[in-house]
Design a protein around this ligand. Structure first.
Ligand code: NAD
Ligand code: MN
Length: 360
């Protein structure tokens, strides 16, 4: 019988994207080789700001149709100083997320062994969260406009769009995820005191569906108060669900509190699995360190573990996480943003070695 092959589209993008994605694919191939239960077939796409500058588009016209032929996407980062950020974001990353309707953005934050975050005395026992971000509408729906451009009466508007189906599907996804975690605790974050339409609607939908998950404990926070709770009472948080904008901000804070932007992973999930999901490190293209060979690849490796998990390869995902944690725990090959001196190559080699030595 032939082995199952996971088909991965690798899109390195801009800046340090190619450095971390090449390292990430190397590690994923090694995991597949080590586990033996599945193969990985990957194809690399040069869809980037450079391509936009050369050819006028970030991806070919049939790019999204091409992606549909893959099981999953591993994405690096998008953003180049020569192109305005909103052009890049909408031309590449959001185009993929929105067209493939990857509506659940999942962002785990955990202090890995050996990594000291900025919060004193806080370990992975206190800081182990998953933030679920609504990824298809809300404040980033793209609805709005500019009127009277350049004139004194110019107006700029972004309208947040919340639909019942959009709110309900992300909240149900978060309930299911909370249910799968040991603490079974879900915090709803909104701003329903000030935003009295869409956010009150979020609260109402939550009230309507929570009875379907009697085993999940729930609470609610306003987004501003949530930032304080994350810093002062991290142990009181487990799974969090919030809108596109609110969760975007909260998850960058979560990444910083768990050590470094360079380590944080994310998955843009299409839970129905009728289109590929996309996995990526949270960090951007870091042009200040591009080409120096010092980018932290751990956020990409962790994203790779999420990819394997989503593809049903839980044992391989766990093996990859153990290898990452062994490297951070030993502390010998830490990248610069985590206080070490190791290059991308050295961190990658250390993880590859830990994968080979893992005998669980
Ligand atoms: P950034 O994440 O690129 O960099 C912030 C700081 O963190 C920099 O000092 C950088 O050197 C450091 N850093 C980031 N990732 C690192 C890594 N893996 N290893 C070591 N150090 C790392 O954020 P920015 O400077 O705000 O944005 C730069 C560009 O990236 C912009 O064009 C922005 O729009 C884009 N961006 C893209 C994404 C994405 O593709 N998902 C996310 C954030 C920013
Ligand atoms: Mn962000």
């Amino acid at each position: 019988m032939s082995k199952r092959a996971i088909k991965i589209a690798a899109i390195p993008g801009d800046g340090i994207g190619p450095e971390v994605i090449d390292a990430g694919m190397e590690v994923l191939m090694a995991i597949a080789g080590r586990d033996g239960g599945f193969d990985i077939k990957s194809e690399r796409f040069d869809w980037s700001s450079q391509r936009y500058l050369d050819k006028g588009d970030f991806m070919p016209e049939d790019g999204l149709a091409t992606l549909r032929g893959f099981d999953a996407i591993l994405f690096g980062s998008a953003g180049d100083p020569r192109v305005p950020d909103h052009i890049t974001l909408w031309g590449l990353r959001l185009k993929i997320c929105q067209t493939l309707d990857q509506y659940a953005n999942v962002r785990p934050s955990r202090l890995l062994p050996g990594i000291e975050g900025p919060l004193k005395g806080v370990t992975s026992k206190e800081l182990d969260w998953v933030i679920v971000r609504e990824n298809s509408e809300g404040e980033y729906a793209g609805v709005g406009g500019r009127v009277h451009q350049g004139l004194p009466e110019e107006v700029g508007m972004d309208v947040a769009v919340f639909t019942r189906s959009g709110v309900e599907r992300i909240q149900r996804f978060a309930f299911e995820l909370a249910r799968s975690r040991p603490r079974k605790l879900l915090t709803l974050v909104t701003k329903s005191n000030a935003q009295r339409h869409g956010m009150v609607f979020w609260d109402a939908v939550f009230e309507q569906i929570k009875g379907d998950y009697p085993d999940v404990t729930t609470d609610k926070m306003l987004v501003d108060a949530m930032t304080t709770r994350m810093v002062l009472k991290p142990e009181s948080i487990d799974t969090v669900v919030a809108t596109n904008l609110h969760a975007d901000v909260l998850s960058d804070l979560a990444a910083a509190l768990s050590g470094s932007l360079g380590i944080a992973p994310t998955g843009n999930l299409r839970p129905e699995r009728d289109a590929p999901s996309m996995f990526e490190p949270i960090h951007g293209s870091a042009f200040d360190i591009m080409g120096k060979g010092i980018a932290n690849p751990l956020g990409t490796f962790w994203s790779g573990a999420m990819l394997l998990e989503h593809e049903g390869e839980a044992a391989a995902a766990a093996r990859l996480m153990r290898a990452i944690e062994r490297v951070t725990g030993e502390g010998k090959y830490l990248p610069r943003d985590l206080g070490g001196k190791a290059s991308t190559r050295e961190v990658t080699d250390a993880v590859l070695e830990a994968i080979q030595q893992d005998n669980a």
